[in-house]
Design a protein around this ligand. Structure first.
Ligand code: CAP
Ligand code: MG
Length: 399
């Protein structure tokens, strides 16, 4: 394959035929515009986009467009997106249009992918098969550095593998990274001395593109063993800068806040799938792809498909750890793992810190729910002699 093949769902507007609508899309993103032009030299023709097919689907159609590879500047992801996901969303000949997925030829994948990925992170944590359990410090914002570190300690002694900042916490004055990070790391050391278990802490280093590498490097100097980026708000270029910087030798946890503005409408916008492909290529070691039972539940086929693009063989890259998060609690673990498999990370914020006996008990309950699943025992059964799980199921149920 030497071209870029992209697929879109769409509905034409008014009396535009489906074929005309698909052609309008291919023209707009390559060499055409709304009318014939006198400057369209003969030699430009080899960059024309072409419509491969148009197939009825639901209330609309799915089309596959082939874009010649030479339309793209190798390695320039913002430019890739301006082609495959650019002006087309506003074309008036299309009522709705959703970018579903794309495939790139080798020549346009000069990226190395995750530095660690699933095997690297598992090696750090000494796990082989079981899902990892993570927590998000809650409340999202407001805790002091000391209280943040105290909550992290509780989560660590309760048995989580990963602790992360929330997407809106970066370097505000009530909890600056300079103070928060060393305090959290010191508490995680203390917990390690007690449990023998090293916990990762993803400090959120999201900031403007020209400062993100510097911020990440400073975090590593301060002792960070993982970093986190809000990829949609910071931009793919910011993730690429982190992924390609050889000095950044810690895993990158990728949050996708704002993605739903693009992914939520099933008829218009951008599906998670192409975004997941890009995150893996650009070096994301872990990526949120959603839950099937949580507070922002998604269709199981969507999430399993997104997780597949993170983990299947692709360009010799390491697989990215899928993260299931948002409204999870111990009672939902069984459904998540039964649907999505166990090579993943389960995260709970409210579902750990909301436990009636506190954060450490909440973390224990999440781990017990995972242990129950791995042992093939229903959570309610396992809870009979696991008190923290019993309390969690009593509060939140298993729905
Ligand atoms: C989860 C979370 C995450 C969501 C984002 C939150 O907290 O921290 O940001 O997981 O959704 O603030 O909602 P809770 P997604 O466990 O307390 O819900 O992973 O789908 O991108
Ligand atoms: Mg959050």
């Amino acid at each position: 394959m030497s071209d870029v093949i992209a697929s879109y769902y769409f509905r034409p507007r008014g009396d535009t035929t489906p074929e005309e609508a698909a052609q309008a899309l291919a023209d707009e993103e390559t060499t055409g515009t709304w009318t014939g032009i006198t400057t369209r030299m003969e030699y430009v023709k080899h960059l024309d986009g072409s419509v491969l097919d148009v197939t009825p689907s639901g209330k609309g159609y799915i089309t596959r467009i082939s874009y010649p590879a030479d339309v793209f500047e190798p390695g320039n992801v913002p430019q890739y997106l301006s082609v495959v996901a650019g002006n087309l969303f506003g074309l008036s000949r299309l009522e709705v249009v959703r970018f579903l997925d794309f495939a790139l030829p080798d020549s346009l994948v000069p990226f190395r992918g995750p530095k660690y990925g699933i095997p690297g992170v598992r090696r750090m944590m000494g796990t082989t098969k079981r899902p990892h359990v993570g927590t998000i410090i809650k409340p999202k914002v407001g805790l002091t550095p000391d209280d943040t570190a105290a909550v992290a300690y509780q989560a660590a002694i309760g048995g989580v593998d990963l602790i992360k900042d929330d997407e809106t916490l970066t370097d505000q004055k009530f909890c600056p990274i300079e103070e928060r990070l060393p305090k959290v790391m010191a508490k995680l050391e203390e917990a390690r001395d007690e449990t023998g278990h090293q916990v990762l802490y993803a400090v959120n280093i999201t900031t403007r593109g020209d400062q993100i590498v510097e911020r990440a490097e400073h975090a590593i100097e301060l002792g960070a063993n993982m970093i986190m980026i809000d990829v949609i708000t910071a931009g793919f270029g910011a993730l690429q800068a982190l992924g390609e910087e050889p000095g950044i030798r810690v895993p990158i946890h990728v949050h996708r806040t704002m993605h739903a503005a693009m992914t939520r409408n099933p008829e218009h916008g951008i599906a998670m799938r192409p975004l997941a492909r890009l995150v893996r290529m650009l070096g994301g070691d872990q990526l949120h792809t959603g839950t099937v039972s949580g507070k922002m539940a998604h269709a199981a086929e969507e999430v399993t498909g997104d997780n597949r693009v993170l983990t299947e063989q692709a360009f010799g890259m390491q697989p990215t750890f899928p993260v299931s998060s948002g409204g999870l609690h111990p009672g939902k673990v069984e459904k998540e793992l039964a649907t999505l498999g166990t090579d993943m990370i389960l995260q709970a914020g409210g579902g750990i810190h909301g436990h009636p006996a506190g954060t450490a008990a909440g973390a224990r309950a999440m781990r017990q729910a995972v242990d129950a699943f791995m042992a093939g025992i229903p959570a309610r059964e396992y809870a009979k002699d696991h008190f923290e799980l019993e309390q969690a199921l009593k509060l939140w149920g298993t729905g």
